[in-house]
Design a protein around this ligand. Structure first.
Ligand code: GCO
Length: 255
């Protein structure tokens, strides 16, 4: 049982991992034995995150790059190649939220959300999968979706479209990469207490809606996503492919 969830000897790249859910995933995979490669865009957040992980004795490195920038992604993977660092696990977590009704939404805002929340998963996974295939040692790709991978609420259309795309991109990756022993699955977090949702938590009406819309009657906590991430990153899920696991307090299971 110990080896089933053991990530020792594995290297994991988690995008958007200097804070929030991404940091929780990185810390969790490090606790399971993985070497973790953090990604972010702000040096001060990266420094804080690395200090927290390294203080716990974990093997962690940071890479500042824009996950929607193909050239920047390729440059990072070429640097990893030169250092003989092989990415075994990718968690495509990077994402932004932009709340505005579509009638007022600018194309530039739509495109930015789609680029960061969806296209990034394609670009980073393609770079990692190319190398997994070449090394013939398989790998794990975990895409982070959302309740909005399944249903919509007003004012978050680009985020919802991107997260819906994440669900079917996950299936596409499974369809094409399973033959190379790469398992691609997704995690759909419910409403979780993170920086991105701070404004929602503080809104009394929204807070009541979240707590009354899932049978657990509460928001989730970042560390409640970690077990699912370790499961999908480990050999415990070697015959699971193309699935979304919703960690949502039962929200999507109930009317
Ligand atoms: C929102 C929130 C959601 C949550 C999460 C729900 O504005 O509705 O940001 O998108 O973050 O994705 O699963």
């Amino acid at each position: 049982m110990q080896t089933l969830f053991n990530l020792s000897g594995k290297t994991a790249l988690i995008t958007g991992s200097t804070r929030g859910l991404g940091f929780a995933y990185a810390q969790g995979l490090a606790q399971a034995g993985a070497k973790v490669l953090l990604n972010g865009t702000r040096q001060e957040h990266m420094d804080t995150a690395l200090e927290q992980l390294q203080k716990q004795g974990f093997d962690a490195r940071g890479f500042l790059f824009n996950v929607a920038d193909e050239a920047a992604i390729e440059a990072v993977f070429q640097q990893l190649d030169e250092e003989s660092i092989h990415v075994d696990i990718v968690i495509n977590n990077a994402g932004i939220q932009f709340r505005k009704p579509m009638l007022e939404l600018a194309l530039s805002d739509w495109q930015r959300v789609l680029d960061v929340n969806l296209t990034s998963a394609f670009l980073v996974s393609r770079a990692a999968a190319k190398r997994m295939v070449q090394r013939q040692r398989g790998g794990k790709i975990i895409n982070i979706g959302s309740l909005t991978s399944e249903a919509a609420r007003p004012t978050v259309a680009p985020y919802t479209a991107a997260k819906g795309g994440i669900k079917l991109l996950t299936k596409s990756m499974a369809a094409e990469w399973a033959p190379f022993n790469i398992q691609t699955n997704g995690i759909g977090p419910g409403y979780i207490l993170t920086d991105m949702n701070e404004a929602l938590v503080e809104n009394e009406e929204f807070n009541k809606w979240v707590c009354s819309s899932n049978p657990s009657g509460r928001w989730g906590k970042p560390d409640e996503l970690v077990g699912t991430a370790i499961y999908l990153a480990s050999s415990a899920s070697d015959y699971v492919n193309g699935q979304m696991i919703y960690v949502d307090g039962g929200w999507l299971a109930t009317l």
